[in-house]
Design a protein around this ligand. Sequence first.
Ligand SMILES: [Zn+2]
Ligand SMILES: [Zn+2]
Length: 794
Amino acid sequence: MESSSPATVSADHGPGPTPADLLRRLRARGAGDPVTHVERVPARAGVPAPWPSWAPEELRAAFTRRGVVAPWQHQTQAAALAYDGDHVVVATGTASGKSLAYQLPALATLLADPRATVLYLAPTKALAADQLRAVAALELEGVRPACYDGDTPRAEREWIRRHSRFVLTNPDMLHHGILPGHAQWSGFLRRLAYVVIDECHTYRGVFGSHVAHVLRRLRRQCARFGATPVFVLASATSGDPATAAGRLTGLPVTAVTEDASPRGGVTFALWEPPLLPPDSGAAPPDSSSVPGQAAGDHDDLRQVRRSALRETADLLADTVAEGVRTLAFVRSRKGAEVVAANARRSLDDAVPGLGDRVAAYRGGYLREERRELERALLHGDLLGLASTNALELGVDLVGLDAVLICGYPGTRASLWQQAGRAGRSGQEALAVLVARDDPLDTYLVHHPEAIFGAPVEATVLDPANRYVLAPQLACAAVEAPLTPADLVLFGDGAKEAVDELVAAGALRQRPTGWYWRHRERPEVDLRGEGGAPVCVVESATGRLLGTVDGGSSHFLLHPGAVYLHQGVSYVVDELDLADGCALVHVEEPDWSTHARDVTDLSVVSVRSYVDAGPVGMFLGEVDVTSQVVSYQRRRIATGEVIDTRPLDLPARELRTVAVWFTLSPQSLALAGVQSADVPGALHAAEHAAIGLLPLMATCDRWDIGGLSTAVHADTEAPTVFVYDGHPGGAGFAERAYGTASAWLRATRDAIAECGCETGCPSCVQSPKCGNGNNPLSKPDAIRVLDVVLANLPE
Ligand SMILES: [Zn+2]
Ligand SMILES: [Zn+2]
């Protein structure tokens, strides 16, 4: 949501140290220099643009009343394209005012044509409600904006269908309510001029693939009524937004990416916690192996880094001691509490009482409590706050002097959103990214261009996923019989999916098309990802906390798992797979849990491949059998492994898409990899490659899996597989295949640039390894990747 700007903290205490001075003092603290890079992000003056001539005076006046003096250039650029009938995606930074880019053409059209209508889609009801407030506040005659979602009272629904000309809803309601009821919506759809898709980067993976087909179903109904609406999309900064938006809508989309809004100056430091000496007595991050397997010798893996949490706590204490108002972002609530507690303790050691100036922010605060926290920080009663991202949802805090980010938050968009809390007008601020023990974090602190250069991650989705396509075609067939033209609209794989539905008795072919044969509609959940979702129920109260998709349930909801829900920690007592529910109780232990699985994989078919001499690169379908066999408990503060406990869960089958590469044994021997070291080399390369894939596509480790082997039965060669963790694939493996050389180059560099000697969690160790990170060979992984990169065309 872009329409409201958060309240700015006013500068009401004396000037503190400059960001450069502050950083100099922070980095002089320890023995070595933990700073790998300092970037000066200069203040940027906004580039205003004149109101477009087609924007009626009434509309300009309404925006001016709401505080928009003049639009920024990217807003008018996108608005002009949309007004001319081009589908457009505006992908610019947080708070750059993306909503004006679609409000301008949409509302100008509504004012000029008293019959026209606009459909606005947001990923959540809350966002749609925010947007409704923004549009309603313009008080434009005859627009009658209204939210239409699951909460809309029945009595109001008919009025909205008949009279609202700006309907705000979400993809789920479009799928479950509006499209199946298209007859009642024919008047609205017939006059539909614009479809606005806000926060479109959230439509990724399997969910995004479903939404892509819901939008095709919408286009199909509009076409039946003679309407061809223009699509205007708003996205966070992302790689190649035009392609992602094109896949989502099935239409050619022009991207506007040049952000012309103003921004304060920030000194941004990348910080890598130092490696601890091997004899420091620190616990190894990974000291036990899966029961039933020989315990590996992990003595050579004992080298670890100082934890990012401790480093962040020290930085927070130091900045607070300097009188600098600082916000620290930590990924988990428990982690935020650890950071605040450690910072408080060291401040009190220095000056008794000073620790009171630091607090942890917990999710779930009441509105008044949040306002009190804002007030305390504003007035300097509070100088340091450690928080999870929950803060982004509730507290209006910008204009801080320093922001500490403990661990890469997963995407550049979130990174900038967090760093964007720093900097008040006219004053420079400091932002520090503290790397965690993770290959991606390691890569980023050594490759600042991946953060400060061109955007790298793209939003991926795969509308051709047959596990999505077939049910969506069934939904479409209920809405109107499918025709040969529809097969083109729904794209690759549509004909095969229709044939399957005919063979399964769901569709009947007649001369006029394919007809749905059943009385009831197919049940299709846009957010379900294969396998029925598992309900999470609090035993004591019977309260339903939420659902977890079937695919992840064994990992996240096994007995003993620590399950986080809206910042509150629960422990799972029982996972009842037959009933599809997990019973949990509130408990906040000092450890986190990490499930481990064993995996088997067979190749079903090859979609595409690159024959590069001794190296082969493949994309295809695979069958994966995996079983969650145990879980580790680890201390949150230190990462120390407490123990590994066995689990008794059934194996699960997954047909999905994988990318894999093979190497000839000769090429490995030539590169100096001894045959005994091949398994460890491939295994290490696989871990790091999975860790780096989020650089290329918005996914996380849990969206992808891997397998490596010195000889695979299907490829008959040393092979590394990386596969999508969702039935039918979600586009991640495909994206990896399409960017293979860049992806594996980054993987190679991350391993080579890690300062450890024999491998650590920052490079080749993985927190979800089913083999207890054994065997692993860091130097040989580099050799493997060098062979691949030397042969693979760019
Ligand atoms: Zn390492
Ligand atoms: Zn592994």
